[in-house]
Design a protein around this ligand. Structure first.
Ligand SMILES: [Zn+2]
Length: 704
């Protein structure tokens, strides 16, 4: 039974009615979602939708893909297919302050030399870029930006975003089809813009996540990007996303000659276009708009992180052209880091993986640049003295590079005398052992090998992205595993079973009071991640062991010299110190690690569990005829740079060193060789000229 048709209606009548309803609904949806100017009540709109649904239920053959009832379609199968963008999605050059913006404006005005150069200023929405393709007015594809060249097909999800027209408007606006679409047929157009999550929706989503015991989103941008990539479009639909479109990809085909004309076209076709776009005749107006936007950012219902300025005329854009990375006719004016004030409540000491004690500021939660922050590292005690921070201070906080929370300093004039100074505790907050501050170091350490806090950090380090990359093994799960006695050291990861993980109590309760368990799905995912971590490159494994002073770069250097963990652990301090990029301090640290019985046991258990601790190295291409010799290059060579000559020698197995010693086998002296040549002569080290070097490289034989 339908409301607008009687029961005896024919399919022809129903079809005509459905088409009318769709046009009407499209018109009102556009007024509501894109123009923010509804003409009818929500209830009236719902009544029209219900009538259309009833017709479509009775005559399913009348359902069209662009029907407003069809936003949520079938769940797409598996992965998002890659989409190659017909035209690269450029990123823009940045102006980091108003001075850089002015310099850019002057440069552009100089280039266009006296001709009328108008600009268009658009707010830079902090969302996720989107490309929409329409064929014959129908939405056929939505793609993410990806790397700018290839994105992902997210059509099924983007269809659920109500401000994205499934069919472009014609009748809804007072324009004829010809003027709107040009005369190309069949007609295809791609438009681009930003999909974003409004601030209120973001806060609501995080409140829901928290109530359900799920991880929170860091900021609205991540939340929007995540929503667009959901496996189930119904979830995307529930996330309350919106869009602002700002680009027509081939505007000339539609007879558009400027960015402002393209924006008007987008509005007319039914897209949501940001209302705060400003056309500026002069650079000074652009400057003023950017200053306005800086003030307005907090009052807008969505996050912005700058202003995009474009030269309005497409003809002038063509003239200005592109650099290898970005258009010359546009720039992104980036806002300076947003600063907020809050109250410093506590300075807590965190114990790192190597026992380093780091003070962390804990302050009243405050929203900065799109996310809520409540703590920031203070690095060390000297830093706290330098900034003169006291507990109870009103402090200024911001995000460095808009990512890492940072305490700028106290507002000292707001002190009332109740603030207290802080000093580093003498004992470890985790194990209460006495802490030790080595001379010349700014950071005190807990030297207790069994310190629980250090253990957690070591376990987290092993699973981290730079190391063995056990995807999904976050600090919360690690903490629970340690608490329940399932994880003591990194070798224990490989004894975990799917059942143990699935029933892991996360220490939280659902609304109904039952405990939150990790569950089968996550357990299966973690087991796969653990399995995958067994075959990471040796350098990642060595880094993952968390040997003091062995960062990612040193681990690379060590594993370039040693192709197995066994060989590395058997090396003497002297051998280790001879590795390029490894000094005596690192060598001592690696050796001490290898001497420790507990570490030997861990390595043995890793090997038993099937973790790969050796790498097959492909045989060197050239015979290593210079193996065992050490060379020093000095002075300018005619045919090589010193690096090139060094590479050629290394390819033959030689070691190339930076300074001359008794161990040096040969010194190659080019023009204007200085002290190294003198030292070689002093020590009686053979000295070769460039011709002799050339002969060695050509023949692969040692000098006669
Ligand atoms: Zn400790």
């Amino acid at each position: 039974m339908t409301e607008g048709l009687d029961t005896s209606a024919s399919i022809e009548e129903a079809s005509a009615r459905a088409e009318k309803l769709r046009d009407e609904l499209r018109y009102h949806a556009h007024r509501y979602y894109s123009l923010d100017a509804p003409e009818i009540s929500d209830a009236a709109y719902d009544a029209l939708i219900r009538e259309l649904e009833a017709i479509e239920a009775r005559w399913p053959e009348l359902i069209t893909p662009d029907s407003p009832t069809q936003r949520i379609g079938a769940v797409p199968s598996g992965q998002f297919a890659p989409v190659r963008h017909a035209q690269r999605m450029y990123s823009l050059d940045n102006a980091m302050d108003l001075g850089e913006l002015d310099a850019w404006l002057e440069r552009v005005e100089r280039e266009v030399a006296g001709r009328n150069c108008a600009f268009v200023c658009e707010l830079k929405i902090d969302g996720s870029s989107l490309a929409l393709t329409y064929e014959d007015r129908m939405l056929v594809r939505a793609a993410t930006r990806g790397d700018g060249t290839t994105g992902e097909d997210v059509t099924a999800n983007v269809r659920t975003v109500k401000s994205v027209p499934l069919k472009l408007l014609v009748g809804g606006v007072a324009r004829a089809q010809e003027t709107l679409f040009g005369d190309e047929s069949p007609w295809r157009v791609e438009v681009r813009g930003e999909v974003y999550m409004p601030k209120v929706s973001f806060e609501r989503l995080n409140a829901e996540q928290e109530a359900a015991g799920l991880p929170l989103f860091a900021n609205p941008r991540n939340a929007a990007a995540g929503a667009v990539r959901q496996k189930d479009p119904a979830i995307t639909a529930s996330r309350d996303l919106s869009t602002f479109m700002y680009q027509v990809v081939e505007p000339r085909a539609l007879g558009l000659e400027s960015q402002s004309a393209a924006l008007q076209w987008l509005r007319d076709a039914g897209f949501r276009v940001n209302p705060d776009i400003k056309a500026c005749a002069l650079g000074a107006d652009v400057h003023a708009f950017c200053e306005w936007a800086l003030q307005a950012r907090d009052t807008l219902p969505y996050e912005i992180d700058g202003v995009v300025v474009k030269v309005d005329s497409f003809a002038l854009q063509d003239e200005l052209g592109f650099t290898s990375k970005a258009p010359r006719w546009a720039i992104a004016f980036k806002f300076p880091p947003e600063e907020k004030t809050t109250v410093l409540r506590e300075i807590r000491v965190q114990v790192g993986r190597t026992g380093a004690l780091t003070p962390v500021a804990e302050f009243d939660p405050v929203s900065v640049a799109g996310s809520t922050i409540a703590r920031a590292t203070l690095h060390n005690e000297d830093e706290i003295r330098r900034k003169d921070l006291r507990i109870g201070d009103t402090i200024i906080v911001r995000k460095a590079g808009d990512v890492i929370p940072e305490v700028v300093g106290p507002v000292t004039r707001l002190r009332d005398g109740s603030e207290t100074e802080w000093s580093m505790p003498m004992t470890c907050p985790s194990c209460e052992s006495e802490v030790w501050r080595e001379e010349g170091e700014v950071v005190p350490r807990c030297t207790n090998a069994g310190c629980p806090a250090q253990r957690l950090e070591r376990l987290g380090h092993w699973a981290g992205r730079g190391a063995l990359d056990i995807d999904g093994m976050g600090s919360e799960i690690i903490t629970r595993l340690v608490e329940q006695g399932l994880l003591h050291d990194v070798a224990d990861y490989y004894l975990l079973t799917r059942d143990t993980l699935a029933s892991l109590d996360l220490g939280r309760t659902k609304k109904d009071g039952t405990p939150v368990l990790l569950g089968e799905t996550m357990a299966a995912k973690l087991m796969a991640s653990i399995e995958a971590s067994k075959t990471r490159p040796l350098a990642k494994l060595v880094f993952g062991l968390g040997i003091r002073h062995v960062g990612a770069t040193v681990a690379e250097a060590l594993t370039a010299a040693y192709s197995s963990l066994d060989a590395l652990m058997a090396a003497t301090v002297e051998d280790l110190a001879a590795v390029e990029g490894v000094g005596p301090v690192i060598a001592g640290s690696v050796h001490a690690f290898a001497e420790n019985a507990e570490n030997v046991d861990i390595v043995h258990r890793l090997q038993t569990a099937g973790v790969r601790t050796a790498e097959e190295r492909t045989a060197p291409e050239q015979p290593q005829t210079l193996a065992g010799t050490t060379w020093v290059l000095t002075g300018a060579l005619e045919h090589y740079t010193r690096d090139e000559a060094g590479m050629a020698l290394k390819a033959l197995g030689a070691k190339v060193a930076g300074s001359v010693s008794k161990k040096t086998s040969y010194v190659v002296a080019g023009a204007e060789a200085g002290s190294k040549l003198e030292r070689a002569l002093e020590l009686g080290v053979p000295v070769l000229d460039e011709a002799a070097l050339q002969a060695v490289i050509d023949s692969g034989n040692l000098p006669a």
